[in-house]
Design a protein around this ligand. Structure first.
Ligand code: NAD
Length: 359
């Protein structure tokens, strides 16, 4: 299979972690006979420094032309003083999501068996099993509504708009994902207060009844969901929620798995095209020291293989290689180990080769 991947390393630890994910993708291509072309493009603060724009036209054009996008992270203190519209997170990330139509954000969070002790939760809670998927709406809601400050500067308004078709399409993604997992969707909202949440409930229930009656569906208020995530995370299979709640709950879910350095994400359009990135940021506090955990980015590459290229066996092999490397003791500092970023990437490549030999 011949495919082009736009590679946007970005800022901070972005170049370090993306380099390891690209190594793993090259190893997959060699082992399975694929031809992956890597089109490296600047994004974020690095692009601002180079050409005065956190999302240059050429970068966006390369993403549109590619079959999938692999992103590291953007932002950092050096660019915090830029105007809100030009800040890397808003200019690069929000524009990429909107321009590429990436409305569905999938964030799987699970506790790997050998990392149970890295979870801050009590062992009996972790032993009950933590393996959930947050399906977050990504191109609507509070982040894309109007943001206004009054002329006198003493009040401000952020609008939270949602339309039925936006809710229907993300609900379908969640139900399809649940049908392929343990068959349960929990829709998280604030329907006791927000009109948009009541629209979500009606719409999600209607899509469920008409199209996915075999999937179990329940609803939780977001405050309760935040509590249940640390009290009994094993109760969740797929969490379906809006842009704001999904942003917050998926970071909470990441912590119960042990490290934010382990959590991948996929941002999908309806046709299989997607952008793949770790859920963490650019970690300026450790950038350049070679200690970042590359596994979230490598696991994002596995999601890319599965969702955009339809290469399920290759994706399974990468995930199995990450598990095998962890089982063999490969641990970066965030997991209490001493391995550097490049050594962790090499451990996954070695496990991938070993796994191929066993087949
Ligand atoms: P962060 O996720 O970058 O870092 C939070 C903490 O987690 C830090 O202590 C960091 O060292 C650690 N960490 C993160 N990823 C790690 C990894 N792979 N291995 C080991 N440790 C890791 O969040 P932050 O510090 O709030 O944000 C830093 C910058 O990143 C900010 O400019 C922020 O706006 C930006 N950001 C970007 C994205 C993105 O590009 N998608 C997402 C979140 C934040």
């Amino acid at each position: 299979m011949k495919k082009t991947i736009a590679v946007l390393a970005g800022d901070g630890i972005g170049p370090e972690i993306v380099a390891e994910a690209v190594k793993v993708l090259r190893a997959v291509a060699a082992a399975y006979g694929h031809d992956f072309i890597f089109d490296e493009q600047p994004v974020g603060g690095a692009a601002y420094d180079a050409v005065g724009d956190c999302l240059p036209d050429a970068t966006l054009a390369a993403c549109r032309a590619a079959d999938a996008v692999l992103l590291g992270a953007v932002g950092g203190p050096k660019w915090d003083a830029l105007s809100p519209a030009q800040r890397p997170e808003r200019r690069a990330l929000l524009t990429l999501r909107k321009e590429l139509g990436l409305f569905a954000n999938l964030r799987p969070a699970k506790v790997w068996p050998c990392l149970k002790d890295a979870s801050p939760l009590r062992r009996e809670i972790v032993d009950a099993g933590v393996d959930l998927l947050v399906v977050r709406e990504l191109t609507g809601g509070l982040y894309f509504g109007a943001h206004r400050r009054a002329a006198d500067g003493r009040s401000a308004v952020d609008e939270l708009p949602y339309a039925v078709d936006e809710i229907e399409r993300i609900a379908r993604v969640a139900f399809a994902a649940a049908a392929a997992r343990r068959g349960r969707v929990t829709c998280v909202d604030k329907a006791n207060v927000l009109a948009t949440s009541r629209l979500w409930r009606e719409t999600v229930q209607r899509v469920h009844d008409a199209e996915h009656p075999a999937v179990a569906l329940d609803f939780l208020y977001v405050d309760n969901a935040a509590m249940q995530l640390v009290r009994a995370p094993g109760r969740f299979d797929v969490i379906l929620t809006d842009n704001l709640f999904g942003d917050i709950l998926s970071d909470e879910a990441s912590q119960i798995t042990g490290s934010i350095g382990m959590l991948p994400s996929a941002s999908l359009r309806g046709d299989g095209f997607g952008l793949y990135e770790p859920i963490h940021g650019s970690a300026p506090d450790i950038a350049g020291t070679g200690v970042a955990n590359p596994l979230a980015t490598i696991l994002s590459a596995a999601l890319l293989l599965r969702h955009s290229f339809g290469l399920a066996a290759e994706a399974d092999a990468v995930e199995a290689a990450v598990g095998a490397a962890l089982d063999a003791g490969a641990r970066t500092a965030d997991l209490g180990g001493r391995l550097g970023c490049a050594a962790a990437g090499a451990a996954v490549c070695a496990a991938l080769h070993a796994g191929r030999r066993e087949i």
